[in-house]
Design a protein around this ligand. Structure first.
Ligand code: SDX
Length: 434
């Protein structure tokens, strides 16, 4: 343990009366220090038991800082509010990956690198076409991210800096293309190819919505609003999908396989799939008048208020505050969405109700984002896909930090075994209990 520990935790094992000093460092004790606490020499020693990692730090990270009580979110030290106000999504992606915001020359070079990699191999279209017309785009996205691994076998060289950087650029560049292709397939529209004249987000809108016009011109307010939404989704420290990205990366799989697994986790309705569930919930409520009845069902424990609550934020999700502001700007262009009225009433009722205050349930990043996406013309099934596009730089930054961390090795938790003790098959048995 290094010299700057914050003293030690003194523990006495009542089983043996022995006392131990567990060094405290950076506000934590090392779980492996518990192994010295034994009742006999052949005892394995104590473990820490922490289902869902409610209180376990899996890594040391310099990427994102969150203070759940104060509603603080910073990427590499910069407050999310400032980045949302002044940076582009590509600049924030650069920041997450490199630790510093790019200067003008670096930003231009980075944007050009990404722009030059937006195309996917033509064969990708062949297996997208193999999906059923109503295949959920997240199923297509997870599959096509994994498929990129087969086009770039050199991506397995994860210790080669140049090759690692090349895959990072490719994945950030191709996510919008894969996402848009999944949408166009579902709609039965021809694929719209990347337009290098447009910004990262403008090009995504182009590939999504270009029809017969010779050149697609994104609506500037919507282009900026979506770019900010991507910024707000870019990383969130050790969330479920980032944990998956690190765990798969710890086995030294290539980054496409790790990202496909992370996207699969993100798809879960408790995680990035929540924005899709929020829209279904608002449509099920149907009117402002029916909000109290729905809230009563939530309080009876019959169902969860999707878009509310968070493992870390126990006051407010700073991203939700910014997204709510974006909603007003978007609806200026698209016209007001009646679901916003239901969402605002739901928030008003919930925040004034003891149940939600007691359970520390406040709107999270998913509560308002879905309404904005719908107003922009995205179908509900595309909402988690949009979350994934934004989250890719964070996944890649977490993945790279994990594989370069000398303290890390293959993720392999232990367990508390509660199953059957030793038992034998009865003589001549064909298996199965007699
Ligand atoms: C994201 O980790 C991240 O950073 C995630 C994310 C990111 O950027 O990566 O921020 C993105 O995933 C946001 C969360 C999106 N999910 C939802 O909106 C789904 C609805 N919310 C939840 O299911 C829940 O709040 C979680 C999953 C977000 C957090 O769950 P926790 O911290 O594990 O809390 P819990 O499930 O143990 O619930 C604690 C209590 C329970 O009540 P009791 O059993 O103790 O009586 O609060 C209740 C829960 O029933 N509760 C809710 C609720 N969320 C928790 N009750 C009603 N509605 C809800 N939304």
């Amino acid at each position: 343990m290094t010299a700057d520990t914050e003293g030690s935790l003194q523990v006495t094992d009542p089983r043996t009366g022995r006392t131990y000093q567990l060094p405290i460092h950076e506000g934590a004790i090392r779980a492996t220090d518990l192994r010295q606490v034994k009742v006999s020499d052949d005892d394995f020693g104590l473990m820490s038991y922490d289902p869902a990692f409610m209180n376990t730090a899996s890594c040391r990270s310099a990427i994102t800082y969150i203070d759940g009580e104060k509603g603080i979110l910073r990427y590499r030290g910069y407050p999310i509010e400032e980045l949302a106000e002044s940076s582009s999504f590509l600049e924030v992606a650069y920041l997450l990956l490199n630790g510093e915001l790019p200067d003008k020359a670096q930003a231009d070079e980075w944007a050009e690198e990404v722009t030059n990699h937006t195309f996917v191999h033509e064969n990708v279209k062949k297996f997208i076409d193999g999906f059923h017309h109503d295949a959920h785009p997240m199923g297509i996205l997870v599959s096509t991210i994994a498929a990129l691994s087969t086009f770039y076998p050199e991506s397995k060289e994860i210790t080669n800096d140049a090759l690692r950087h090349h895959q990072v650029v490719r994945m950030i560049a191709k996510m919008p293309t894969l996402a848009a292709f999944a949408y166009r397939h579902a709609k039965g529209f021809p694929y719209a190819y990347p337009d290098d004249d447009l910004s990262y987000t403008g090009n995504f809108l182009n590939m999504m919505f270009k029809m017969t016009e010779l050149k697609y011109h994104p609506e500037p307010v919507l282009e900026r609003a979506l770019d900010v939404l991507f910024i707000l989704h870019a990383d969130h420290e050790q969330n479920c999908s980032a944990n998956v990205m690190r765990a798969v990366g710890s086995a030294h799989s290539d980054p496409y396989m790790a990202a496909a697994a992370a996207a699969a986790a993100l798809y879960g309705p408790l995680h990035g799939g929540a924005n899709e569930q929020v829209l279904k919930m608002l449509n099920e409520i149907g009117s402002v008048e029916r909000v109290p009845e729905y809230v009563a069902r939530v309080k009876r424990g019959e169902l969860r208020l999707m878009g509310f609550g968070h493992r870390v934020y126990k006051n407010f999700d700073p991203r939700a505050k910014i997204i709510k502001k974006i909603a007003d700007e978007v609806f200026e262009v698209t016209g007001r969405n009646h679901l916003l009225d239901i969402a605002l009433e739901l928030e008003r009722v919930a925040l004034g109700d003891e149940y939600f205050v007691h359970h520390k349930l406040y709107p999270n990043v998913d509560f308002y984002s879905g309404i904005i996406y719908q107003a922009m013309g995205f179908p509900v099934t595309m909402f988690p896909v949009l979350f994934a596009i934004g989250r890719v730089p964070g996944w890649l930054a977490q993945w790279e930090e994990g594989i370069l961390d000398p303290e890390q090795k293959i993720s392999r938790p232990r367990q508390l075994y509660v199953g059957a003790g030793l038992r034998h098959l009865s003589a001549g048995s064909t298996g199965g209990p007699k």
